[in-house]
Design a protein around this ligand. Structure first.
Ligand SMILES: Cc1ncc(COP(=O)(O)O)c(C=O)c1O
Length: 386
């Protein structure tokens, strides 16, 4: 054989089953070959195991899917190229023309934008409520047939804790599916509630290093078949290299999440005592109105702390600009700490009444806490607040 044939048909290297690599390799291949037409046909008829094309299935993706489903206490998982894609594909798959869905002013803005901009063009109607307005939630569900409700807990950035027992109970009572964006609480949280579908931005705590975008949808067998068929039809799949990096990040997921929660609690306690701070919102503090609910539902306060500055909006900007370790950047769940000022937190799609429910003001600051040494983080906040 000549040069271009040799380089395009390399020899197969096999690894014996009793000599496995401790780190699973990346299957960075779009295609998988069969030895004969009969075997290829058997595979497409579902009569044998195997892989054909990575937009549909790939061993690296499958390993990550199984790991994530197990962490979340479910059986099945689908992957998407971002957290927003995971939310968007899920809602598109579960809703059809004429359906109604319920979402919340305290939720992640791009989820609402997806419903308002895209789903509404396909005839899906929606209602926006406050996550703690239980009476209105029950009133809407009991009077308007509702396909699903999509929500978060804790909410981002105001850190209200959604009452999962209540939401699951009323949803089941009125035949509405529950879709929980569990990004903030983490992959290990809330699995004991009868949530129908969990969505996650893996970009955050799962990967943890701020270098990969990805999303996951985790559910049980009944909804999985429909979701999988629609996800394949819509063609948004994660690349194996991104999946490999997330699998690698997951090795330290538990340690990172625990450390972020410890740091967040210490920072929240520091801020609560600081004279320049009017109010701290952190579910891990006894002063949080839903502290007990947070502990009962997820066992911790999470890795995000939100606080209200006592001074003017200008003073808040000056303070945020003075921070050195807390970098001014979007996102959360990375190893390094981040800060967002009020102007970058405002949800532009909300009415003024809905903004009041969401609790945002022009002195609200969000800290996404990393795993740095706590003394350094406190010193950075102290110098900026000072
Ligand atoms: C709660 C929540 N859901 C979804 C997302 C979107 O994730 P991604 O950036 O991976 O699309 C984010 C991002 O901040 C988020 O905070």
């Amino acid at each position: 054989m000549k040069i271009n044939t040799i380089t395009n048909h390399p020899p197969a290297v096999t690894v014996a089953a009793d000599n496995p690599p401790l780190v699973a390799p990346i299957y960075q291949s779009v295609k998988f070959a069969f030895d004969s037409i009969v075997e290829a046909e058997r595979h497409s008829a579902g009569e044998r195991e195997g892989y054909a094309y990575s937009r549909i299935e790939n061993p690296t993706l499958q390993l990550l899917q199984q790991t994530l489903a197990t962490l979340q206490g479910r059986t099945h998982c689908l992957l998407a190229p971002s957290g927003v894609a995971a939310v968007s594909l899920t809602l598109q798959s579960l809703c059809k023309q004429g359906d109604h869905l319920l979402m919340f002013a305290e939720g992640y803005g791009p989820t609402r934008m997806m419903v308002k901009r895209v789903l509404s063009r396909f005839g899906v109607k929606h209602t926006v409520l406050s996550i703690d307005d239980h009476a209105s939630i029950e009133a809407v569900l009991s009077t308007t047939p509702t396909r699903l409700m999509v929500f978060e807990s804790p909410t981002n950035p105001i850190l209200k804790v959604a009452d999962l027992e209540f939401l699951c109970r009323v949803a089941q009572q009125y035949g509405c599916l529950t879709v929980l964006d569990n990004t903030m609480a983490g992959l290990h949280a809330h699995g004991h509630y009868p949530i129908d579908v969990f969505v996650h931005s893996l970009t955050k705590y799962a990967n943890g290093h701020g270098d990969v975008l990805a999303g996951a949808v985790i559910t049980n067998e009944s909804l999985f078949k429909q979701l999988r068929a629609d996800f394949i039809a819509m063609g948004a799949m994660l690349d194996p290299h991104a999946a490999f990096l997330i699998q690698r990040g997951l090795k330290t997921y538990g340690l990172r999440y625990e450390r972020a929660c410890q740091n967040a609690l210490a920072l929240a306690q520091f801020l609560e005592r600081h004279p320049a701070v009017r109010m701290v919102r952190y579910p891990g503090l006894a002063s949080h109105p839903q502290h007990q609910l947070a502990l009962q539902q997820s066992g911790n306060g999470g890795g995000v702390v939100t606080f209200e500055f006592k001074g003017t909006a200008e003073a808040v900007r000056a303070c945020v600009d003075k921070l050195k370790l807390f970098r001014l950047a979007s996102s959360l769940g990375s190893t390094e700490s981040l800060v967002l000022p009020p102007s970058m937190l405002q949800a532009r799609d909300l009415t003024s009444e809905q903004r009041l429910w969401a609790g945002m003001t022009d002195t609200t600051v969000r800290l996404s806490v990393g795993i740095e040494d706590i003394d350094d983080l406190i010193a950075d906040l102290a110098q900026a607040l000072g």
